[in-house]
Ligand binder design. Structure first.
Ligand code: CUA
Length: 336
């Protein structure tokens, strides 16, 4: 058990695409404006802190209890000064209104923007403990990895609709934008425009159950040409390789099809969306929502008993014989 827990972060860390997720190194317009406003608030409140703490320290020192020798007559007693009262009432009110104004402007720009007609629209649905990703205009269904064009023009941003299938989750890619909750029976919106091609890593940022910490998320920013190629590939139906028809048959005969859809597999799995869509499983970089690198060994271990790799996850061990396991894994390996 202990070794399993240790293995989880290491398995993710050895992925070559892994980026340091640092909110102070934003690579998208929303994250940049959020960083700027955070620094502005920090600067203003920093000046106030230094002023108040400085006066407090000076007062503590200046009016410390006098020694017997220092003791003189009672100091002058001063009551009320209208000028000072007005100054220390009006100034903080002005500062608060400045902070409200700039915050409201950034929040509106990030959350209330309506997508241009041609914008790429993606629906992200949080599940315990993975992300369903839909491209309604392309008919694409995938999981845990969101592909989108990288762009330096926020007019070409990708617009996200955020929903939940069960409990509250939170969508967070530190270099792209702040956190937005995915709430049952509600749709939240955000947009992101990754400035550089590459993989951006993030995770669920709202405690949502046992495997909350392993509900990892990736955005793959691509140049427009490779994004186009990716959409064409994802729109295809599943490969049906006659060489793996036995594995295909085992998969179809088991409860796998109640949760996982494979486009083109047939009626058995059609519409199953309790678990990730497997039509192009091999095109994804990771297994278990970003936790394990997608290798044949990890896939085999996962199908054998997901409870070892991700204890508490909602996929049970199907108790396959070694022979059945090999056939199913060989079949899944063809789903490019
Ligand atoms: Cu989903 Cu935490």
């Amino acid at each position: 058990m202990f070794t399993t827990l240790l293995a989880i972060p290491l398995a993710g860390a050895d992925l070559p695409e892994h980026r340091i997720t640092n909110i102070f190194e934003p690579l998208a317009t929303p994250a940049e404006s959020e960083k700027n406003i955070a620094l502005l608030v920090f600067a203003i409140t920093g000046v106030i802190f230094v002023g108040v703490a400085g006066l407090l320290a000076y007062t503590i020192w200046r009016f410390r209890q006098p020694t017997h020798a220092e003791r003189t007559e009672e100091p002058p007693q001063v009551y009320g000064s209208n000028q000072i009262e007005v100054a220390w009432t009006v100034l903080p009110v002005l500062i608060v209104f400045v902070l409200i104004g700039v915050s409201a402007r950034v929040i509106a720009a990030v959350e209330n923007a309506s997508p241009p007609q041609a914008a790429l629209k993606v629906t992200v649905i949080g599940h315990q403990w993975w992300w369903e990703v839909l491209y309604p205009d392309y008919g694409i269904v995938t999981a845990n990895e969101i592909h989108m064009p990288a762009t330096n023009d926020h007019k070409n941003a990708t617009y996200l609709q955020l929903q939940s299938a069960d409990v509250i989750h939170s969508f967070w890619l530190p270099q792209l934008s702040g956190k937005t909750d995915l709430i049952p029976n509600r749709t939240n919106f955000m947009w992101i425009d990754p400035h550089e091609p590459g993989v951006y890593v993030g995770n669920c940022a709202e405690y949502c159950g046992t495997q909350h910490a392993n509900m990892l998320l990736r955005v793959v920013g691509e140049d427009p040409k490779s994004f186009k190629e990716w959409t064409i590939q994802q729109q295809k139906r599943a490969v049906d390789d006659p060489q793996t028809s036995e594995g295909h048959a085992v998969f179809e005969s088991l409860a796998c099809v109640n949760c996982h859809n494979i486009a083109g597999l047939g009626k058995a799995s059609a519409g199953s969306k309790f678990g990730p869509d497997l039509t192009h499983l091999m095109s994804r970089q990771t297994l278990g929502s970003g936790v394990y690198k997608n290798t044949p060994e990890n896939l085999r271990a996962w199908v054998n008993d997901p409870q070892v790799q991700k204890p508490g996850c909602l996929m049970p061990s199907m108790k396959l014989t070694p022979d059945e396991l090999s056939k199913v894994v060989d079949y899944l390996e063809t789903l490019r």
